[in-house]
Design a protein around this ligand. Sequence first.
Ligand SMILES: [Zn+2]
Ligand SMILES: [Zn+2]
Length: 370
Amino acid sequence: MSVSVYSCVNCGGAVVFDIASRTFKCGRCASAFTLEEMNKAFPDDEQGSLWNKAREAADGKEAEVSDISNAEEKEISVAAYTCHLCGAELMADSETLAASFCAYCKTPVTISEKLLSGKNMPSRVLPFRITRDEAFELFRGKTKNKPLLPKVFRSRVAYNDLKSVYVPFRLFDAECSASITARCENVTRWEDSEYIYTKVDTYEARRSGAMAFRKVPHDVSDKIDDEAMHEIEPFELSELTPFSKKYLAGHYAEAPTTKEENTSGALRRRLRPAAESTLLDTVQGYSSVSLSSSNFSVDKALSEYVMFPVWMFAAKFKDRDYLFAINGQNGTMSGRLPVDGSRAWVLFLELALIAFIAVFIGLEAYLWAS
Ligand SMILES: [Zn+2]
Ligand SMILES: [Zn+2]
């Protein structure tokens, strides 16, 4: 298997992308290298130039560079596994996967080689900023003082259970057409000595227009919960840097597994409300406006395949999968944590008992006073 580990030129130890220093660091002798030095030492995946090349060719016309096809470029190989129990598909350098356990369900997995090329090759990546220490502190803060949280989410979460995963996203530039019909009302009230009058004037307003959306992100991993990803947005896109597989050193990356037709459906569902409310905002001068019908279509969509950094902790509780995610760039957390029903019941009984005692004491005091 030709999957590479980056070995330190000074001591032969494994080199990983170190988040705190944002350099490539040897785990054994602590030598730090820049991406340029790494590319010189390991010229196996100079994909970094790809994005810049495409941008130069497009001469600044941003909309047109976003559907970059990497088909012309040579392929690169990474280590990868597919978990047969939970369906996770992850890639990394072989150092990260050395333990050979699934990052989600801890099932032993076998590692094989995966080739990235063409549409499978990310064009840009957002390197991690939030370190493991910071992510663990955020997670602990979130789970503190939550009496209903199942124990598995509190006591048993070890420092190393948090995984640094690059999640595959597509950034969409979309041209859309939309039209709406809105029901509008103007209400006037007046009164005389006998009656109160209410007059309701009803109107139908129609609006239609073409609009363009730029850089709308959507994750393209079936394993990852779309809701959790929406909750940890936004990512600061100005920090996107040309992809190099060296950023994966010491971290995981999800493989893009979502089928194209499912992604375009998700994109439509996401953009439609935005288009409707944009048109609805132009209907003014009424005391109430409500949407009665709408048409929406995505006429053209181009996308770029990028990777965003996410710290995640996965756990099973009562046969349901829970994914706790932290934006690896700015620390925004996804919010949904499970509630332990049996603990809720105990807490309810405790509170009921306290209330009963309080009433009892109150009654005693009342009897005593009377
Ligand atoms: Zn070293
Ligand atoms: Zn698994």
